[in-house]
Design a protein around this ligand. Structure first.
Ligand SMILES: C[S@@+](CC[C@H](N)C(=O)[O-])C[C@H]1O[C@@H](n2cnc3c(N)ncnc32)[C@H](O)[C@@H]1O
Length: 239
């Protein structure tokens, strides 16, 4: 990722807020963010109510500390794609963080849908599992602890939707690994978050638009909980 993009005029306010919050966390020895969110959810949300859990995480992100959730601005862009999927759809997510998007996807799909989420950070796995459980959705969401490069080869079957939301530099190689493992079927939808100007995922965008296996669409949006321009790339697999 090219860090200078975070210092462009339209991102400066966002960047300074993030740097200030990160410094305060370091200086105060704050607990890992996903565990703080877990405790905040347990203290303030209604157990078994996924929408209230999401709203409580949004409140934490606005009032306490920025969270890199898909968030309420971009979430609907992903949610509307689920209308095209069967009710027993399988979704693969790369990057669970606090479980926000897992909860959003599982709640939208309904009881027959299944989410498999790969997450490299132990604190995120712990926080996301707790939040998914608090929302009453642990029967629909499996969070696998491990880096995507190591865990993708262990996956079986095919997925109706793949949500790429981990480290941006891995989007292209991980999508290629997903293809090579046969985890996509014709018509599978691949959604990549954070492909806007701040993150510069040009290699990934170039791949899905020009490899000849996807119909790809760019949807402009804003970075979660901010007005900084961002985008989501929605690519339908047509091998
Ligand atoms: C943007 S956050 C995910 C947000 C989440 N999808 C949501 O919307 O609620 C990115 C997450 O990806 C995880 N991550 C980064 N690289 C990874 C990798 N190679 N494999 C699995 N997870 C990874 C990070 O630990 C972090 O929790």
């Amino acid at each position: 990722m090219q860090v200078w993009r975070f210092f462009k005029p339209d991102a400066l306010g966002f960047t300074f807020r993030l740097v200030r919050q990160t410094l305060i966390d370091r200086l105060t020895g704050a607990a890992p963010l996903p565990l703080r969110v877990r405790d905040f959810v347990a203290a303030h949300a209604r157990r078994g109510d996924p929408q209230d859990v999401l709203k409580t995480m949004d409140r934490f992100a606005r009032e306490e500390r920025f969270l890199m959730n898909i968030g309420p601005e971009k979430g609907p862009l992903v949610r509307e794609l689920l209308e095209k999927l069967p009710s027993d759809a399988r979704i693969l997510e790369l990057g669970a963080f606090c479980g926000y998007s897992s909860i959003m996807l599982a709640d939208t799909l309904g009881s027959a849908g299944r989410i498999v989420s790969l997450e490299v950070s132990g604190a995120s796995v712990e926080g996301a599992r707790a939040n998914v459980d608090f929302a009453g959705l642990s029967g629909r969401v499996e969070i696998i602890h491990g880096g995507s490069t190591e865990t993708i080869p262990s996956l079986e079957g095919s997925f109706d939707l793949v949500f790429l939301d981990h480290w941006k530099d891995l989007y292209k190689t991980d999508l290629q690994a997903i293809e090579a493992k046969g985890l996509l079927r014709p018509g599978s939808i691949v959604v990549a978050d954070n492909v806007g100007p701040l993150f510069g995922a040009t290699e990934y965008i170039d791949y899905v638009r020009n490899c000849g296996r996807y119909d790809s669409e760019h949807r402009e949006a804003t970075v979660e909980y901010s007005s900084v321009p961002d985008a989501v790339e929605i690519s339908v697999y047509r091998p």
